[in-house]
Design a protein around this ligand. Structure first.
Ligand code: AHR
Length: 498
């Protein structure tokens, strides 16, 4: 099987905004406690943060990090999580039925972000709280000094303001599972008032209003329309959340999950533009795909939701990812990049232990899941401008999406260099792909890697941490201005060129 890819250098989707490589840390399971934070661990610093985890986060290359939830934020009292640690209250977290000790709060987390070189994207609680708490948190975090809450931050040891630019107006407020969930109309009103008040404090903030929790929600589409009718002039982004998993052994459909993500993005863009047109606004709303990943949610519904005890840092949502999962994740990232003109920001949900690329053992090791690799390589190699190439390739049959293209790809181009990201969705065939690169002034392959395995369900575990890793993509050549590569079945590959 063969495929041909052509790159039109002038057909630029968008310059790369590094926020497309964001991630997400929620107070959930062992993401914070016994994840990024474990005071007794041999690598822990004076704040209790594991430096082996910090190293892996840096290698992953995640940029903005959404915090502190997720469903958790809808019951969060931010005041509990600042000030002397021994005075912080232990609370019940209703979202995940856990105990929240508040030993990590916004000040500690900001210090952790300095270690990882990432930026904070903060969510406010619109589930059990509202405008006043949002404004107070904003004042505490961002006001330089000389007011009650900024001086409280300084007294707590953080002299410089956190200067958080992106703020989420609640989380998944369309979901019946959300503490304090609302109708689109009710949410649209509170989100508009909160946004207006926050921008009165600082009109340069970038605000994200909640879109749907998934394209399968019964209110999908109507929710976006109603919420944006209330908030259009006050917000900058609308959020999208999507999780994928293989269902019923249907690997063929699962490998084409990006088709659903593409549909999701196009629908939200069309809805947002429809509202903008109705309101005669020249402004375009951007998409913040602030939760996306693989999540074996159906399985967790049966095992995790045991609500009979209140536990500290329970093992929840600890999916162990396969090669196939990593290929799908790499393809989802290709899709986000291809839509980068409207998807300006995205957060892989989540970062450590909880549906995460990085896993840890208390007192022990930290290691990379299979999904770590496509994310880290894309974040490192994608530079300059995104180009959605033209792909001529055959299709294969899927139960969910009908005929799906066998290959997907995106290209990024910088001055004198380029990167190509490719997925082969075939379960049986290697595919030879030829890509005309002469128009890019490219002559050399600097790096060519692939993620594939004879066993598509191979995983990295505590016992076998390096079972799956990147392999060299053998046989890639540039001849007469044409790059030729052979993609193994069920694989994700990346090449860096100059
Ligand atoms: O990422 C896990 C959970 O998924 C988040 O808390 C919630 O927002 C979503 O439903």
């Amino acid at each position: 099987t063969k495929a041909r890819i052509s790159i039109d250098r002038t057909a630029v989707v968008a310059p790369i905004d590094r926020r497309i490589f964001g991630s997400f840390v929620e107070h959930l399971g062992r993401c914070v406690y016994d994840g990024i934070y474990e005071p007794g661990h041999p690598t822990a610093n004076e704040d209790g943060f594991r430096l082996d985890v910090v190293d892996l986060v840096r290698e992953l290359g995640s940029t903005t990090i959404r915090y502190p939830g997720g469903n958790f934020v809808s019951g969060f009292r931010w005041e509990d999580s600042v000030g002397p640690r021994d005075k912080r209250p232990v609370r019940r977290d209703l979202a995940w039925h856990s105990l929240e000790t508040n030993q990590v709060g916004v000040d500690e987390f900001s210090r952790w972000l300095k270690l990882t070189g990432s930026e904070l994207m903060m969510a406010v609680n619109l589930g059990t709280r509202g405008i006043e708490a949002a404004l107070d948190l904003l004042e505490y975090c961002n006001h330089p000094s000389g007011t009650a809450l900024s001086d409280q931050r300084i007294a707590n040891g953080t002299v410089e303001p956190h200067d958080i630019r992106m703020w989420c107006l609640g989380n998944e407020m369309d979901g019946p599972w959300q503490t304090g969930y609302m109708t689109a109309d009710d949410y649209g009103k509170i989100a508009a008032r909160t946004a207006q008040a926050m921008k009165a404090a600082d009109r340069t903030l970038e605000l994200v209003v909640c879109g749907s929790s998934g394209s399968g929600m019964p209110t999908f589409g109507d929710w976006e329309r109603t919420v944006l009718e209330h908030t259009y002039e006050h917000v900058d982004f609308i959020s999208c959340h999507a999780y994928y998993q293989e269902r019923g052994g249907d690997l063929a459909s699962y490998l084409a999950s990006s088709i659903d993500m593409q549909y999701f993005i196009e629908t939200v863009v069309a809805t947002a533009d429809h509202v903008g047109h109705k309101l005669k606004s020249s402004k375009k709303i951007k998409l913040s795909f602030d939760e996306w990943n693989i999540w074996y949610l159906d399985e967790h519904r049966e095992s995790d939701e045991v609500n009979d005890e209140w536990r500290y840092a329970p093992r929840q949502l600890e999916d162990v990812y396969s090669v196939a999962d990593a290929v799908v994740l790499g393809n989802l990232l290709i899709t986000l990049l291809k839509n980068h003109d409207r998807v300006a920001s995205a957060s892989l949900a989540q970062l450590v232990n909880v549906i995460a690329p990085i896993m840890t053992e208390p007192g022990g090791d930290a290691w990379r899941q299979t999904t770590f690799f496509p994310f880290s390589i894309t974040s490192r190699l994608a530079k300059g401008e995104v180009i959605a190439p033209r792909i001529e390739v055959g299709t294969y049959d899927t139960a969910v999406y009908g005929q799906a293209p066998l290959v997907d790809s995106v290209v990024t181009v910088d001055e004198g260099s380029a990167a190509v990201f490719l997925v082969n969705r075939s379960q049986t065939e290697s595919i030879e792909v030829s890509i005309a690169v002469d128009g890019l002034g490219i002559t050399t392959i600097d790096e060519a890697v692939t993620l594939w395995d004879d066993d598509v369900y191979a995983k990295n575990t505590l016992a076998e941490q390096d079972r799956v890793g990147l392999k060299a993509l053998e046989g890639a050549v540039i001849r007469d201005g044409v790059l030729t590569v052979t993609l193994p079945p069920v694989s994700w590959s990346a090449l860096s060129l100059s």
